[in-house]
Design a protein around this ligand. Sequence first.
Ligand code: IDP
Ligand code: MG
Length: 154
Amino acid sequence: MERTLIIIKPDGVQRGLIGRIVGRFEDKGLKVVGCRFRKLDESLLAEHYSAHKERPFYKGLVRFMSESPVLVLALEGVDAIKVCRKMMGATFGRDAEPGTIRGDFGVSRSYNLIHGSDSPEAAEREIGLFFDADEIVEWQPAAHRWVYDAEDLA
Ligand code: IDP
Ligand code: MG
């Protein structure tokens, strides 16, 4: 089992897409283990996006991400990081394949609806940044008995 950090960005929240986006992850068999609805401040975003600090889009990205509330999720599942990145699609909405979240809901480069961790190291760092340890909830969804078989979990 792996965990990943997902953020439904301000454009996704403002456009009323929270339910549809979270629903896709639930449909796929990912388990919500953490959830916070909040506005992000610039210092937290500076840490979160520290790898992009020198990029020309950085200032606009931090402004966009701090402008309006976001939904932050920790999701758990087998290969959750890879599965979620595939479901998100390519970074820019106009390049993202139909069937992906970015491909189905947007055309923008910066307003691309969703963030997802891109590696196990990033996931651990980002979950630690957005959640206190006691905000991550261990639980067993009854349906998982029919989502994963023993071979998936081996
Ligand atoms: P990712 O979200 O697909 O992992 P990153 O390269 O990590 O993409 O970029 C982080 C975020 O910065 C993107 O999701 C997008 O919102 C924004 N971004 C990336 N490249 C550009 C750009 O060239 N113009 C405007 N915004 C960008
Ligand atoms: Mg990234």
